[in-house]
Design a protein around this ligand. Sequence first.
Ligand SMILES: [Fe+2]
Ligand SMILES: [Fe+2]
Length: 290
Amino acid sequence: MAEFRLTQISDTHLARRLARLTQNFDRVRDHIDATRPDLVVNTGDLAFDAPTSPDDLDYARSLHDALPVPCRYLPGNHDIGDNPTQVGPTPSHPVNEKARQAYLATFGDDRWRFEAAGWCFIGLNSLVMNSDLVSETEQFDWLAGELAMTSGRPVALFLHKPLFLNAPDDAELATTAIRYVPMPARRRLVEMLRGVNLRLIASGHVHQRRDFTYGHTRHVWSPSAGFILPERLQERIGLKEVGLVEYRFRTDSFEVRHVRAAGQIDFDLDEVWAKGPKAASPAKAPAATG
Ligand SMILES: [Fe+2]
Ligand SMILES: [Fe+2]
């Protein structure tokens, strides 16, 4: 295959009760139907909030099943719970094996690897990092084996949480620790990746679009396909808009296109809740953490 076309979507946050998120997903589906990439990757937060509404996972799966191309998935914190961190408060729904198993039963593997157009593509479950779950150790062991087989070929890594804000050794802050892969797992992951030809890290979670290069690795933050977070809940780092990311991989090169599906609307979290059946407080809404 001379060229491999991959579309990344993220943070779809689907729920039967939140029609505006389904509305934006439908526009994304139309775009995918028109462009027909070789693969769609959803980098997590498939469900609006599975830890409190388990049906959200099934609903998200049913909508993804209607996409007209192959899909791969990775879990987000609103699918299986969040990472414990060294400095931040304990998450209201910490990641746990039961939630992970529910994800596996609905969406399949939470880590994967495949090759296309001379590239190695690796997807990781970033939520088990720093969790002390058995699957954290299993994933690191699995990753070491997979990285050893890349043999200098370019590697593209997909995961829900960005590795860091600007640099691998950024200090963890209590207010933002849940935004990135937590220490000390981050340090271990960075060390493991140092030995391979890592060209791209594609993440989601922050609900902001960002694109920067550190060393020879490009870091692409996909925006949410569904909604943005208002300023009072989250500072601006990149671009606050909904959308998706399109990639074209060729032997030893790749292109990135930041796009929006026609008709996608920049709903903010307040608007997402506005027509919901429950009068929930946006400040306490589970998705406020991204
Ligand atoms: Fe997230
Ligand atoms: Fe999210």
